[in-house]
Design a protein around this ligand. Structure first.
Ligand code: PLP
Length: 493
């Protein structure tokens, strides 16, 4: 019964107006309204709060409804979109300093529209010939920015966590001494150990868990006062594992840690790792694009010696969420970890280059056209202008560091790492618990929404953590942030 009804309904809707397949004029009419929304959104960004607080139950009430059986008109959907925006955190706001958050750009908002219209599944050359070439071109640009060898392989992935997972898969397989792809990690016969400083991102530990290495075999190496990995402690940890019959296989260097922006000495770590037959992976998810700013460029001098690198265009290259990148110095090592095939993916009657497949270099089969936004942004803006915006972010962070250092009611908790400042409010004469005070300030700031920071621990100290990653941020915003904190601190004491 229901099946007959559905079929009658299905064919009737095809002969009238099928909302799944709109005519051009209608697309333009709806598109104009969507574009009006996007333009007004960007124009009004700075005058909104970063976030408007509402409880989960309020939002549930606002959005919950039973499964819509018939469609709605577009205007009511746009009303819904307006409500969604109203109760979202606006990562493009000039005073959004929390986490490692890309502000996005209008050019990529347009790109996402086009990407969805083209709907290319970038599994391989034959699924998307131009999209595949564009991904090669844009990944080559990223290598060029960074100074990574041109012969290296690289693909775009969903983000830094996936890039770290992919790189560590290749590292594990290359250093296991047995064919892990066939027999699994059990065949190694001893624990494989990975070394990263205490500043390392949790996605490294998570990758180790997923890869059968085990979180307990990730050695969190202590850091120096500047929060870089302690080389002597690293050396001792590797020797201790070797002496105990375990298999050290990989060192991960931070090129800008998530909490404090800490940067490890890549050249020294490459020398250390390679002299002991260890893989060197550089997690540059946050800090990688600092290579475009003259002030921080020298930090990347030895990046070409790393065996693999994680980059996140959806952080400091301002792309919208969903674009990370992994680079492998030895393409064959990547292929031997990932290449697999099946009859349904076999390329028939094509030239060698046409059989190129991204699934030989990473875990995904279906993949969105991530390179489109990357290509649009870099071509539209240019690497020089991007470098200038990144340099401005660094200058704003340096300004905040100066302001904090000069103020007698603020305390800098560690030196600035790239564009990250960790500090706390400590008014003179305050005798209460400083950690509790700053936790209260954080909650109040995040709820008030004029400025937004996140938190970190520096030693035992609870830090207000500001990461300047937004091309819209100006010097004034740093002063406003401190005033907002003082105001929140005033009501929290
Ligand atoms: C240093 C570092 N590595 C890895 C990641 C994970 O990246 P993603 O959030 O893109 O998975 C982050 C995220 O902030 C990071 O800062």
């Amino acid at each position: 019964m229901y099946r007959d009804f559905l079929l009658r309904f299905a064919f009737a809707s095809m002969s009238t107006f099928d909302k799944l397949s709109l005519p051009g004029e209608e697309i333009q009419a709806l598109g104009r309204r969507a574009l009006d929304f996007i333009a007004a959104y960007y124009d009004g960004l700075a005058s909104r709060p970063v976030v408007r607080h509402a409880s989960p139950s309020t939002l549930r009430e606002l959005f919950e409804e039973s499964l819509p059986q018939t469609g709605s008109d577009f205007q009511s959907l746009m009303d819904g979109v307006t409500r969604i925006a109203e109760f979202s955190r606006h990562n493009g706001h000039p005073r959004m300093f929390g986490y490692v958050t890309s502000p996005g750009t209008p050019i990529c908002a347009l790109g996402s529209l086009i990407e969805s219209a083209l709907n290319i599944n970038v599994t391989s050359w034959r699924s998307g010939p131009a999209a595949t070439e564009l991904e090669h071109v844009t990944v080559n640009w990223l290598k060029e920015m960074l100074g990574y060898p041109a012969e290296a392989a690289g693909i775009l992935v969903s983000g830094g966590s996936l890039a770290n997972l992919a790189a560590l898969t290749v590292a594990r397989n290359a250093k296991a001494g047995v064919d892990v792809t066939r027999g699994g990690v059990a065949e190694v016969g001893r624990a494989m150990c990975l070394y990263v400083s205490e500043e390392g991102h949790f996605s490294i530990r998570k990758a180790a868990r997923l890869l059968g290495i085990g979180a307990a075999n990730v050695r969190a190496i202590k850091t120096t006062r500047r929060l870089a990995i302690d080389r002597d402690a690293l050396d001792r940890a590797v020797r201790a594992d070797e002496a105990a019959g375990r298999l050290p296989f990989c060192v991960v260097a931070n090129a800008g840690s998530a909490a404090t922006g800490a940067f490890d000495p890549i050249g020294e770590l490459a020398e250390f790792a390679h002299s002991r037959n260890l893989w060197l992976h550089v997690d540059a998810a946050y800090g990688g694009f600092a290579c475009l700013a003259p002030e921080t460029r020298p930090l990347f001098e030895h990046i070409g010696e790393a065996d693999s690198v994680t980059l996140d265009p959806h952080k400091w290259l301002y792309l919208p969420v969903g674009c990370g990148c992994v680079l492998y110095r030895d393409p064959a090592a990547a292929r031997s970890a990932f290449a697999d095939d099946a009859e349904y993916t076999r390329a028939i009657g094509v030239e060698a280059e046409e059989s190129f497949a991204f699934w030989d270099y990473g875990p995904e089969l279906s993949r969105p056209f991530r390179a489109l936004n990357l290509w649009l942004l870099i071509k539209y803006v240019g690497a020089l202008h991007l470098g200038a915006a990144i340099a401005r972010n660094l200058a704003c962070a340096a300004r905040l560091e100066e302001l904090v250092t000069a103020a007698d009611d603020f305390e800098l908790l560690c030196p600035r790492g790239l564009s990250i400042i960790c500090f706390r409010y400590r008014p003179q004469g305050f005798t209460g618990d400083v950690n509790t005070l700053n936790e209260r300030i954080l909650v109040s700031l995040q709820r008030e929404g004029d400025s937004y920071v996140s938190n970190a621990l520096v030693g035992e100290a609870f830090a207000l953590r500001a990461c300047v990653l937004n091309h819209r941020t100006r010097f004034d915003d740093m002063e406003i942030l401190l005033e907002d904190i003082r105001r929140a601190g005033g009501s929290a004491t």
